[in-house]
Design a protein around this ligand. Structure first.
Ligand code: PLZ
Length: 446
């Protein structure tokens, strides 16, 4: 069997040679139905054989344009050169020892890099994990150990994961929580700043959230407040300016650990290293995963050294956390981000996407909002002239994009938000072509 090569060398084109799905993907789907639990759904009915730059190749030889990056993961591109080089070197050396048993440099190198790139110039330390949800759980553990308090403040529309504690922290019932309770206790939800829906200034929205947390939970009970600086699954909501700084200030004044969940928004995605950077907010702890390691499973909690060190020795860990191959991938991804100024690239992609989306909005009153930052943009679909969500239209446009060979994703509490998360390695002409397809999908479903 010949080796299948993906990566940036793949022809950067949209090319459909069969219907979506073609016969090979359809057969693979049938096998999936037999062997994989139905609870594990898939957005597109194709099976992947290679990916790179801005394309995904399926089992039938179709080449699709990727506007999802595997949910904001392959920001540096699939099989990016520095990632594959370092991963190959690492797998040839050793694949696992368990950092808690016999440590290795790659783990420490990643923690040192995290101290450099995360917001703030104070002394920082990190601990590494396997998934975003695990990072969020550990950030809560650390803040409880540090404060001696129990309560966790979260927000409407939040998404923090699928484990028991993070399900409690996630807002949306279907599909994430339905039937899976009882959930972890001591999690309290406050209203978010959602400019399209509340019309509040950042300060006013922060005052409203703080009032809920203060009166319904009490500052002396709050260990931490956890917030996505730009929402991910919840709809790419960008809080009104001033909301995040006001919240952070209130936390600091009251000894509450301010945790930024940058799992979806981090690592150059928004046009800076982190979404917090846009308003100069310095969180006490930041959780990262996804874009950090070019597709390998790695997550982290990074924060003030004294907070991180408030946990007893042995209190943090896990068999695979900071696996050497995943660490090598992260070092490769960071090399790609630095060498190719991917934060700058995200800003350029953002300008290009805004241009396309503003034009689209002018012709389609169903688009109630265009929002986001850098290469993390979305449109929210509502019945024209209202804020009543139009999830059916979002689903129809999404399906039309998929049939035409563009990988798009929806999100939002009502499923009516279309989000765009291209790999930062996507060429401009391919990005433009993808938005041409999105425009056609809007016309075809009008
Ligand atoms: N925090 C902000 O975006 C993961 C989940 C997709 P894990 N988002 C994609 C799905 O349907 O499961 C996410 C996130 C934010 C935490 C997480 C959780 O990260 O690596 O999926 O555990």
């Amino acid at each position: 069997m010949s080796a299948i090569t993906g990566g940036p060398g793949l022809p950067q084109q949209r090319r459909l040679v069969t219907d979506i799905p073609g016969p090979a993907s359809a057969a693979a789907l049938e096998r999936k139905r037999t062997h994989v639990a139905d609870g594990v759904g898939t957005v597109l009915p194709i099976f992947v054989t290679a990916a790179g730059g801005g394309v995904i190749i399926d089992a039938d030889g179709n080449s699709l344009i990727d506007l999802g990056s595997g949910i904001a993961v392959t920001s540096v591109g699939n099989a990016a050169a520095a990632v594959t080089r370092r991963v190959h070197e690492q797998v040839d050396a050793f694949t696992h020892t368990c950092f808690m048993v016999t440590p290795y440099d790659g783990y420490v190198d990643v923690c040192a890099a995290l101290a450099e790139v995360t917001p703030g110039d104070h002394a920082k330390k990190s601990a590494l994990f396997n998934s975003g949800a695990e990072a969020v759980e550990n950030a809560v553990k650390i803040s409880r150990a540090a404060t001696g308090r129990d309560a966790v403040g979260v927000f409407d529309h939040a998404y923090h994961g699928r484990t028991n504690l993070t399900m409690a922290m996630t807002a949306k019932n279907m599909p994430y929580k339905h039937g899976f309770g009882p959930f972890a206790g001591e999690v309290y939800r406050a209203p978010l700043s959602y400019p399209l829906r509340d019309g509040l200034s950042g300060e006013a929205a922060a005052a409203r959230a703080i009032d809920v947390l203060d009166k319904q939970v009490g500052v002396d009970n709050l260990a931490c407040v956890v917030i996505e600086p730009i929402l991910g699954e919840g709809g790419f909501v960008v809080p009104a300016e001033g909301f995040l700084p006001a919240l952070a200030e209130w936390c600091t004044a009251n000894g509450i650990v301010y945790i930024a969940d940058e799992i979806q928004s981090g690592f150059c995605r928004t046009g800076d290293w982190f979404a917090c950077d846009h308003e100069g907010v310095v969180p006490d702890l930041v959780t990262t995963a996804k874009g950090m390691a070019g597709g390998l499973p790695l997550a982290a909690v990074t924060g003030r050294a004294e907070l991180m060190d408030s946990v007893h020795v042995g209190g943090l860990g896990g068999t695979y956390g900071g696996n050497p191959v995943a660490c090598a991938a992260a070092l490769g991804a960071l090399e790609e981000m630095r060498t190719h100024d991917l934060a700058g690239r995200a800003r350029t992609i953002g300008e290009r996407m805004s241009g396309h989306l503003d034009k689209l909005r002018a012709g389609h009153p169903v688009i109630a909002d265009v929002r986001g930052r850098g290469a993390m943009m979305a449109i929210e679909l509502c019945k024209p002239g209202t804020t009543e969500p139009d999830a059916a239209r979002a689903a129809a446009v999404n399906a039309a994009c998929h049939r035409a060979g563009v990988v798009t994703l929806t999100c939002g509490t009502w499923g009516n938000v279309f989000r765009f998360l291209p790999p930062l390695s996507i060429p401009d002409d391919l990005l433009d072509e993808a938005f041409g397809v999105v425009a056609e999908a809007f016309m075809a479903t009008a």
